[in-house]
Design a protein around this ligand. Structure first.
Ligand code: NAP
Length: 245
């Protein structure tokens, strides 16, 4: 069973569909959009797979702990985690940043990723009697590009995700757990409009070396690879899925 945080929409939904297609039972987590997550889970079940939608705010520790308990109760032992839930926060130059803007970005993108990984390690690690598994964190090319003029706050939170990936990979490598990150570039989801920039994908796509935005399904392929045994010798890697951006 794989827990996918923020699995109801965008990249997370594509990851849930892709994992279900190769036989993984999927816990489709949602923060606010219950209908979207139930629709993804329902689609998987209708196709003969196993899935359940579970509400849990990735900014709240008690919710994260409950998410893993409910996922196990519904679908059996954990085999993997996709730390996908993330927010950009509003567009803001650093000179205008406030603690109110920073708090949810860091709580969801950084603290939530740490705590979900903690819950996964307690179940997967051979040190705790687990059978091993894999964790994939969804970072962003913003971590390397910096997000100037748009969202340095978001880019910095993803920088933390990448360093976390490197450190955790080494910490649990001998315990049967591989930890990797995907660094998506410009992907066509609702995240841009939600940040207040509905034309961002159209505007920036021509500047991507492959001259287009990527799709959530293209990111999901890379996630499925890193979770799978085909990636058995890969840990601590940060794989750009960015069309060269
Ligand atoms: P999206 O369409 O806006 O979806 C965001 C997902 O995160 C939703 O499923 C949302 O669920 C979930 N989420 C947000 N806050 C949450 C919370 N507090 N608790 C639980 N879930 C929460 O964005 P996306 O493009 O698919 O982004 C997915 C990941 O890819 C993010 O980590 C993002 O930073 C990263 N990424 C995206 C791009 C891009 O260009 N699209 C590029 C690089 C990286 P609810 O609606 O149910 O709350």
């Amino acid at each position: 069973m794989v827990v996918v945080t923020g699995g109801g929409r965008g990249i997370g939904a594509a990851v849930c569909r892709r994992l279900a297609a190769t036989g993984h039972p999927v816990a489709v987590n949602y923060g606010h959009d219950r209908a979207a997550a139930e629709s993804v889970a329902g689609e998987i079940v209708a196709g003969g797979g196993r899935a359940v939608a579970i509400g849990a705010d990735m900014a709240i520790e008690a919710d994260i702990v409950r998410l893993f308990r409910e996922a196990e109760a519904a679908l059996g032992a954990l085999g993997g985690l996709v730390n996908n839930a993330g927010v950009t926060g509003p567009i803001s130059r650093v000179e205008a940043i406030t603690a109110e803007i920073l708090a949810p970005v860091l709580a969801i993108n950084v603290t939530g990723v740490f705590l979900a990984a903690r819950e996964a390690i307690r179940r997967l690690s051979t040190r705790h009697g687990g059978a091993g598994g894999a964790i994939v964190n969804i970072s962003s090319r913003a971590a390397g590009l910096g997000g100037a003029g748009e969202w340095v706050h978001y880019a910095a939170s993803k920088g933390a995700v990448e360093t976390f990936t490197l450190g955790l990979a080494r910490e649990v490598a001998a315990e049967g757990i591989r930890v990797n990150a995907i660094s998506p570039g410009l992907i066509d989801t609702e995240i841009h409009a939600r940040a207040g920039l509905p034309d961002r994908v159209t505007r920036l796509a021509p500047g991507v070396p492959l001259a287009r935005a990527g799709t959530a399904a293209e990111v999901a392929e890379a996630v499925a690879f890193l979770l799978s045994e085909a990636a058995s010798y890969i840990t601590g890697a940060i794989l750009p899925v960015s069309g060269g951006r």
